[in-house]
Design a binder for this molecule. Structure first.
Ligand SMILES: CC(C)(COP(=O)(O)OP(=O)(O)OC[C@H]1O[C@@H](n2cnc3c(N)ncnc32)[C@H](O)[C@@H]1OP(=O)(O)O)[C@@H](O)C(=O)NCCC(=O)NCCS
Length: 147
């Protein structure tokens, strides 16, 4: 399938909890590192907060990509963007990001951030190509609050 066709038949919709197993397999197939926060119970917590920012891209009833957006009242966030390897480079990733961006703007967001592992060149190249900038003056810090 060529890129124009792929875009034409791509449908973006909100994630439903029944999609969990398929989306989890997609995260793994795309090489994401799964965390405790990716377990079913934690995903249910996420859905209590921003269900309209957790999206999947479907082509003919097959989930080919997914993204988790977040809105904390100040910034927008993008997590777990993943496209099935055999569907990459057909505009699915950028389609998902643009839809999250649009939804974040409607909530009042002025800026959106994404965290990308330094070794993940595929992801950093992708984000740079779609208008995101690295922020070398910033360092990510974090603390585990519970397992
Ligand atoms: C990163 C990822 C989501 C991109 O999704 P995608 O659907 O393949 O990307 P798109 O087709 O929308 O790409 C849009 C543009 O980004 C750039 N781009 C995408 N992948 C790229 C790559 N591997 N190398 C360089 N540029 C890339 C290109 O400019 C591309 O446009 P073009 O194909 O017309 O040249 C996908 O590669 C993926 O799932 N990777 C594994 C998981 C991952 O690393 N997720 C990010 C976690 S932060």
């Amino acid at each position: 399938m060529d890129k124009a066709n792929a875009k034409e038949i791509m449908k973006i919709r909100e994630f439903k909890i029944q999609d969990y197993a398929v989306v989890r397999a997609l995260w793994q197939a795309a090489g994401l590192i799964l965390r405790p926060g990716d377990e079913l119970e934690d995903v249910k917590l996420k859905l209590q907060r921003d269900p309209d920012l957790f999206l999947v891209a479907e082509q003919v009833d097959e989930i080919v990509g997914s993204v988790i957006g977040g809105w904390d009242g100040r910034r927008g966030w993008i997590y777990h963007l993943a496209v099935k390897p055999e569907h990459q480079r057909r505009g699915v990733g950028v389609g998902l990001v643009r839809e999250v961006e649009k939804r974040l703007v409607l909530k009042g967001a002025k800026k959106v951030n994404a965290q990308v592992y330094k070794w993940n060149e595929q992801s950093s190249e992708f984000f740079r190509a779609i208008g995101y900038e690295t922020q070398p003056d910033l360092m990510m810090i974090g603390k585990q609050l519970r397992k």
